[in-house]
Ligand binder design. Structure first.
Ligand code: AMP
Length: 369
């Protein structure tokens, strides 16, 4: 084994599940997070400090064999401090791209990946001009620090431009054409240090209020052409960034059947919520494969096992006894305090076929809500 201790920047549930995935291999994780209540401390040693704290980063560099990260807003100063002291995977360049929606869309364009039509917005004048070319409704999205539907405003028509620009906070943004998508799909891909790339089957994702609620995988009715379009996009991004680890690409599907095509919305340079189903639903989970990649190990099989649905538990804990009443549900509670809109856990439902999955999901929804 080429690594014994892995450093993780960020101590949330993704770090927690990363640490859980390598525990059976005897690998220890040290997470860096300013929050002393970080949930990953259930499975990893927690270093409480700011992400840019040179001493804490030095501790990580000294005590770990490799450092990875679990969220895309890691400050560049943190990775700059680490690089030179220790290997950091994925390539911090992926953070620079994904922290800024305009950089992300520019990279998609350079790689020939289709996206929604968009324009860069730096002023109210830009917004009026873009609304003329793109049309309304359209989504005004802050270039930085937006996630889970935060930092975006729907502009229903040009008469709402000024109000939308103020609501967003007059920050650099992009205006995205509103895509009348049929559904949202994502691909979770893993690139090894050798450069080999493997993929999990596409997941179909349902968001409400900008937050992921349910992912089903393998997504149904995906033809080979669509699967290939998603995989080719992920591969060109991974190779372009000389990336090691798990990366997710989120798409909108436009049209159905033979007319179906994908446009890429964004990337996540990390393990992804639409890949949580892989813990029970694939031969090797996205978490273990991410860790295998950053450690320089061979990747495990991404083959699915039957059909899976992942349901996020958001905001409140389910009422007492509800989860236990569906014994087939694989429950992952993260140990986070309930708060509106916060992901505090997820469950995976896994069955041999789609009909059984639909019935189980229906029962789960009825019992748990
Ligand atoms: P994002 O923060 O870009 O991931 O967007 C959050 C959610 O808003 C997405 O999952 C979609 O449901 C919706 N959304 C984002 N961009 C668009 C778009 N251009 N057209 C329609 N819906 C969108």
């Amino acid at each position: 084994m080429s690594a014994h201790t892995i450093g993780i920047i960020g101590g949330g549930q993704l770090a927690q599940m990363l640490a859980q995935s390598v525990k059976p291999m005897g690998i220890k994780c040290i997470v860096l997070d300013p929050n002393p209540k970080s949930c990953a401390q259930s499975d990893a040693e927690l270093v409480v400090a700011e992400y840019t704290d040179a001493e804490a980063l030095g501790t990580l560099a000294q005590r770990c064999d490799v450092v990875t990260y679990e969220f895309e807003n890691v400050p560049a100063k943190a990775t700059d401090t680490l690089v030179g002291q220790i290997s950091v995977h994925p390539n911090p360049e992926a953070l620079r791209v994904s922290q800024d929606r305009l950089n992300e869309r520019t990279m998609f364009a350079e790689l020939g990946i289709d996206t929604p039509r968009y324009e860069a917005i730096d002023s109210l004048d830009d917004l009026f001009t873009a609304l003329e070319t793109i049309g309304a409704p359209a989504l005004l999205k802050a270039r930085t620090l937006g996630y889970d539907g935060k930092g975006q405003v729907l502009v229903s028509d040009a008469s709402h431009a000024e109000e939308s620009w103020s609501t967003l906070g007059k920050v650099p943004a992009i205006l995205d054409a509103f895509v009348p998508f049929v559904r949202e799909l994502s691909v979770v891909a893993v690139r090894a240090q050798s450069g080999g790339v493997v993929f999990y089957p596409l997941a179909e994702n349902v968001h409400r209020g900008g937050i992921l609620r349910v992912s089903k995988a393998p997504a149904r009715g995906v033809n080979d052409r669509i699967e290939k379009q998603a995989r080719d996009a992920a591969t060109s991004i991974l190779n372009h960034l000389d990336y090691v680890g798990v990366l997710a690409v989120e798409f909108f599907q436009i049209g159905a059947g033979d007319d179906a095509r994908l446009v890429a919305n964004e990337i996540a340079p990390r393990v992804h919520n639409t890949g949580h189903w892989t813990i029970e639903g694939a031969r090797t989970s996205q978490f273990e494969n991410h860790m295998r990649a950053v450690m320089g190990m061979e990747l495990g099989s991404t083959d699915p096992i039957g059909c899976s649905a992942m349901v996020n538990i958001i905001g409140d804990e389910p009422r007492p006894g509800a989860l236990e009443a569906v014994p087939e549900a694989h429950v992952h509670m993260y140990g986070k305090a309930p708060r509106a809109g916060r992901k505090i856990g997820h469950v995976t439902l896994n069955t041999p076929n789609e009909t059984d999955l639909d019935a189980l999901l229906e029962r789960f929804t009825r019992v748990v809500g």
